[in-house]
Design a protein around this ligand. Structure first.
Ligand code: ZN
Length: 545
C-alpha cells in the first residue's frame, strides 16, 4: 500500500489552464516520473473540469477510493488537485487521518510532515489566490470595456455581436420587433405576458427555442441599452452602439412598468381596510379580505375585494360564503347610521354640557378657594411654631409633633384642590368629543373612507360585529342589566361617566351596554313618539328607556 499511487491529471478549458501541460503531456510526464521513482500506479484519473469550485466527479471518486483503501496521489502540481479551499482541505484532512500517506509532484516538493502539509496548504492557497485574482482581473477588464462604451458579453435582443469588428450592431430583423414591443407596452394596458405573447407570435424565441418569459420581457423593457446607454454592475455608461429608441419612449415605458409593478404589489400585500373588524357568525374565526381580478373576453379588467371567513377553526366546516367589499361597506354604513345623532340634539346637549361644566367649576372653585385660605393659614401657623421653637418658648418635642401635624394637613388640602381642578374638566372633554363623533357619523358613512368607518365600528361595537349569511350584524341585543340604569335625578355627568366607566371597566363595549346603545334606543323611542322635543332626558333619566 505504501507504494500504491493514484495518478491524477486535470486540464480545463479555463483561461488559467492555458499555460498548463495538456492531459496527454501530463500523463507522459507522470508515468515517466513514476518509473524513475519506482512508484506503483494502481489507477489513473483523468479530469477535464475546472477546479475553481468544488464538485469534480473524478476527483471525488479518487478521494472516495483513498478514503476506502488508502493510498498515495501523484499529480503534476498541487494546483491540479485543488483550486478551492474545500477540496484543498479534504486532501489535508486525508493526510491527517493517515488514509492518504503521501503526495508526489514532479514540479513541487512535498513531505508528509507538519511542515510539508503547511507548505501544501500554501500551494493550494496560492492556487485559490490565483483564481480570485484572475476573476478580479477579468471583472476589471470588463469594466474597462464598458468604460470605453463597449458592451461586455452578449448583445441584447435587437442587436448582434459582430465578431469580426468585435462591436455590437443593430439586428435588422429583431430590432423593429423590440421597438414595437416597447411601444405596445408604453400604451399602459399591456401586461408582461401580453408582450411575451406578441414576441412569440413574431417567432422571437430563446436559444432553446422557447418563447420569452415574463422576467426576460421585464429585462428588455428596462434595459437602457436600447436608447444608447450600457448598464453594468448597477452603473450606467455611455455606449458606442446605435440606439434604436428615443429616451422619451424608454421613460414612458419605465413609468408604465413602475406603475403596473406597484399596482400588483399593493394589490397583493396591502391589508384590506375592513380586515380585523368582523368575526364569522358561524365559527367565530376572523373575517379576512382578498383581491380578485376578473378579465372579461372583451379585454375589460375588473378588480374586486371580497371578505370571507378564514375558516381556520379545526373540526368545523364553516358554511359561510364571501361578501363583496361594496356590499359590506353599505351594510356597515347603515348600521352606523342608526347611531348618528341629529344636529339639533347635539346643540342642546352641548348647551347642557356647558352649563354643567360651569356649575361644576363654580362648585369646585368655591372649594379650591377655601382650601387656599386654609393653606395660607397653615403656613403662617407653621412659621409661628418655628419662631416659638427658635425663641426657645417651645420644647423641641412639641415643635416636632405639631409641625408634623400641620404639614400633613397642608399636604392633604393641596392634593384635594389640585385633584378637583383637574376633575372638573376630566369628563367634559370626552363627552364633547363623543357628541362630535356622534353627529359626524352621517358624514363618515356618506363618503368611502373605509378605515374611518372601521374605526367608528370598533368604537361602537368593539370587536363584536359578526358576519353571518352575508350580513354584518351586531351580536344579539341583550337586555340592559338593571344595575346600569341611572337614577332619575342623575346629571349629565354621572350618566355619561357611568356609561364610559362601564365600558372601560368591563373591557368590552357591547353595544347594549354603552352610551351608543342609549343614543340609538332614544332615537327609536322618539321616532315612535313622532316628537323630537323631549329627547334631552334620555341621558339624564335612563330609567325611562
Ligand atoms: Zn366561519
Amino acid at each position: 500500500m505504501q507504494n500504491k499511487f493514484y495518478l491524477y491529471t486535470r486540464k480545463s478549458t479555463d483561461v488559467e489552464d492555458k499555460q498548463v501541460l495538456s492531459i496527454e503531456a501530463q500523463l507522459v510526464e507522470l508515468r515517466e516520473y513514476a518509473k524513475r521513482e519506482n512508484l506503483d500506479i494502481s489507477a489513473e484519473y483523468i479530469e477535464k473540469k475546472s477546479a475553481k469550485s468544488p464538485g469534480r466527479p473524478i476527483f471525488g471518486k479518487m478521494l472516495a477510493d483513498i478514503e476506502q483503501n488508502g493510498g498515495n496521489i501523484l499529480a503534476w502540481h498541487p494546483d491540479r488537485l485543488a483550486r478551492n479551499s474545500i477540496d484543498g482541505g479534504q486532501i489535508i484532512y486525508l493526510l491527517d487521518s493517515s488514509r492518504l500517506t503521501t503526495l508526489k509532484f514532479p514540479s513541487f516538493w512535498f513531505e508528509s510532515t507538519s511542515q510539508g502539509k503547511f507548505m501544501l496548504s500554501i500551494a493550494f492557497g496560492q492556487s485559490k489566490y490565483y483564481v480570485d485574482n484572475l476573476a478580479e482581473n477579468t471583472k476589471r477588464g470588463l469594466r474597462q470595456k464598458v468604460r470605453r462604451g463597449e458592451c461586455p458579453g452578449r448583445a441584447p435582443l435587437g442587436y448582434i455581436n459582430d465578431v469580426r469588428t468585435k462591436t455590437i450592431v443593430v439586428d435588422k430583423h429583431h430590432a423593429p420587433l423590440v421597438i414595437k414591443a416597447l411601444e405596445l407596452y408604453a400604451v399602459g394596458d399591456k401586461r408582461l405576458q401580453d408582450i411575451a405573447d406578441f414576441l412569440a407570435s413574431k417567432n422571437v424565441k430563446t436559444d432553446g427555442g422557447l418563447p420569452l418569459k415574463k422576467d426576460q420581457i421585464a429585462k428588455i423593457l428596462t434595459n437602457p441599452f436600447y436608447y444608447g446607454h450600457i448598464r453594468y454592475a448597477g452603473e450606467v455608461y455611455e455606449g458606442k452602439h446605435t440606439p434604436i429608441i428615443s429616451k422619451k419612449l424608454f421613460d414612458d415605458v419605465q413609468t408604465v412598468y413602475e406603475k403596473r409593478r406597484h399596482k400588483r404589489t399593493t394589490k397583493h400585500n396591502e391589508p384590506k381596510p375592513l380586515c380585523g373588524l368582523l368575526r364569522c357568525g358561524s365559527c367565530n374565526m376572523m373575517i379576512t379580505g382578498e383581491n380578485q381580478t376578473k378579465r372579461q373576453k372583451n379585454g375589460n379588467v375588473h378588480y374586486y375585494t371580497y371578505y370571507h371567513c378564514t375558516k381556520k377553526r379545526k373540526g368545523i366546516k364553516c358554511p359561510e360564503s364571501h361578501i363583496r367589499q361594496e356590499v359590506l361597506d353599505e351594510q356597515l354604513s347603515s348600521l352606523l347610521n342608526e347611531y348618528a345623532m341629529p344636529d339639533s340634539w347635539a346643540s342642546t346637549l352641548n348647551k347642557m354640557l356647558a352649563e354643567d361644566e360651569q356649575k361644576e367649576q363654580n362648585a369646585s372653585g368655591v372649594f379650591v378657594a377655601n382650601a387656599q385660605t386654609k393653606i395660607v393659614n397653615l403656613q403662617s401657623k407653621l412659621q409661628r411654631l418655628l419662631d416659638g421653637y427658635l425663641d426657645q418658648d417651645i420644647e423641641r418635642e412639641v415643635y416636632v409633633t405639631n409641625k408634623a401635624q400641620l404639614m400633613s394637613e397642608k399636604k392633604s388640602l393641596e392634593e384635594q384642590s389640585s385633584k378637583l381642578t383637574l376633575a372638573s374638566s376630566a369628563w367634559v372633554e370626552p363627552m364633547r368629543k363623543w357628541i362630535e363623533t356622534a353627529v359626524s357619523i352621517c358624514k363618515t358613512t356618506a363618503n368611502d373612507d373605509l378605515l374611518a368607518k372601521k374605526s367608528l365600528c370598533l368604537e361602537i361595537f368593539g370587536s363584536n360585529l359578526l358576519l353571518k349569511n352575508k350580513k354584518a350584524q351586531p351580536p344579539a341585543a341583550q337586555e340592559i342589566s338593571p344595575t346600569f340604569r341611572g337614577p332619575e335625578t342623575s346629571s349629565l355627568k354621572t350618566s355619561f361617566q357611568e356609561k364610559v366607566s362601564l365600558q372601560t371597566a368591563t373591557g368590552s363595549s357591547h353595544p347594549s351596554e354603552n352610551i351608543w346603545f342609549l343614543l340609538r334606543k332614544t332615537k327609536e323611542k322618539i321616532a315612535r313618539m313622532g316628537d323630537n322635543s323631549e329627547f334631552c332626558p334620555f341621558l339624564v333619566r335612563v330609567r325611562g328607556l
